[in-house]
Write a protein that binds this ligand. Sequence first.
Ligand code: FAD
Length: 626
Amino acid sequence: MAIQLYSEHKVYDCTAQTFPLNSPFYLFFSFPESTLNFKFTSTILISFCLFLQFPSRKVEMGLTSSLQFRRRNNKTFLRIFMFLVLSCIPGRTNLCSNHSVSNPKDLPPSNPSDIRSSLVSLDLEGYISFDDVHNAAKDFGNRYQLPPLAILHPRSVSDISSMMKHIVHLGSTSNVTVAARGHGHSLQGQALAHQGVVIKMESLRSPDIRIYEGKQPYVDVSGGELWINILRETLKYGLSPKSWTDYLHLTVGGTLSNAGISGQAFKHGPQINNVYQLEIVTGKGEVVTCSEKRNSELFYSVLGGLGQFGIITRARIFLEPAPHMVKWIRVLYSDFSAFSRDQEHLISKEKTFDYVEGFVIINRTDLLNNWRSSFSPNDSTQASKFKSDGKTLYCLEVVKYFNPEEASSMNQETSKLLSELNYIRSTLFSSEVPYIEFLDRVHIAERKLRAKGLWEVPHPWLNLLIPKSSIFRFATEVFNNIIRSNNNGPILIYPVNQSKWIKHTSLITPNEDVFYLVAFLPSAVPNSSGKNDLEYLLKQNQRVMNFCRAANLHVKQYLPHYETQQEWKSHFSKRWETFAERKHVYDPLAILAPGQRIFQKTTTTTHSSPIQLSKSKETGSPQRYH
Ligand code: FAD
């Protein structure tokens, strides 16, 4: 653990910083060190022998010897003693190192070129690169450009552990941090490490995906594995994970660091609810296996922990039998109350759909025609008569899983569920597609956008978790007055019931059993002006946030991004102290996931304070990013 000491306004970090000879701590700490060598020990013994002879000399000179003479002799003795002691100790001592006496050339390097050389000298199964850093300098959000110093392409867990230990050894003399990078689909630089080391988790592929069938089937995967690959592999055994994200080209480590929420979350909880065991490399470089029963504090800290406590190198994920097909249904509402009442009704039932989501349609005219390419209207004559007249509409999207032999019972159940709802009858659209095609649906949209050059544009996304008690006020103001159109991207809205969710993960949610995920997912079109440009969209997000704050809606951000200490504190609210304490335990130097901007690595060059955990209100928060 790093210890920081203060002396004459200088900060000395015991993990790496050595004490200069003029430091007042020098003698105090160096004396009891086991580092003292034989030469030094003998010098002390000789000095004490000299000291013991002193009184007899004094007697010889007679008791009349002046006090002055005694003082002068004492001083002389002390000088000789100090000289002998100091001459026996090498120039510097690393007080907290395991190595007793460090040679100046063993000191951790602190300038970038020396750090580079030190990284190259690591004994790894994978490799380190310096020339492709631009690939890791940005993310899907496409708004930040922060190149790292190096990229680690790990082949094994021990590569990651060695790298972490090395960065810990560099200690506070360097500002090198580490970001695990999954698929880089963060939005505000969360997977970046400016001038640090980015660990490309997708390189960590071994051992392969391993599936265990049986009563409680599960799959073991690398933290850098993409969910789409897990799906393809588990389907070979007729199995599948239970909880998903809407898009599957994301890594296990990336989504488990957040939550992984989609239309199955009301039933199975988010992805972080469906993990049996994790292997973690902590911020100290230790490799730890954890689960509900074993190292449970680390297990729950990491789940939804925004990458702050460790790097997920392996995960064991629960599976269930996979269906072959899904019935995919969309219906429209013009009244928000009816829409949300039906959504809440569906998620409260035991026998219900397998997936419940929804989205808002503001000022879009051609939407139903777009749907027709993949969905057929139940009654095409009625559907063709439907006119939205520029009204704000709400689309309920539900799915029922089935195998071909169960088609008729599935259709009966589906009809029964639909009969309980109050949608506009002429707007029932449905489709039957293979399970994998449904789950991988956003990838199809991605291909189309890529073809138009609209995938790698800035994405000023905003994801909010809104308590059920606030959703009507939110919808009324935001969908009628703040957002004028959503031609630049979807707005998702659906409720989840967290009564079945695990409570003690690091994920922060509103304080009510039922809350809504509302996701504004626009793309800022380059060279456009007005409603599709980045500035406009960012201002719109700001207006939404300002309204939530002013109306005191108790909204929480999902995939949170904050700039100030106060914002992070109020995000975590009562759980801030625990979050910060755990950070102190598992990543005391604040090396991990700097792009989240929660904690800032303390460096001796910045002379900033260390992570301190005081119980006092004023000083109780660790040092954070501003
Ligand atoms: P990255 O962006 O690479 O990393 C995210 C954070 O996790 C970083 O702080 C990083 O340091 C950390 N991290 C990465 N790997 C590890 C690891 N192995 N161990 C520890 N920390 C790690 N989210 C949902 O919940 N539901 C959705 O439906 C959904 N849909 C999305 C659709 C699209 C098109 C996009 C772009 C994002 C979507 N997201 C969704 C958000 C997504 O889940 C997060 O942005 C997620 O972090 C991205 O995963 P990634 O592998 O790209 O992680």
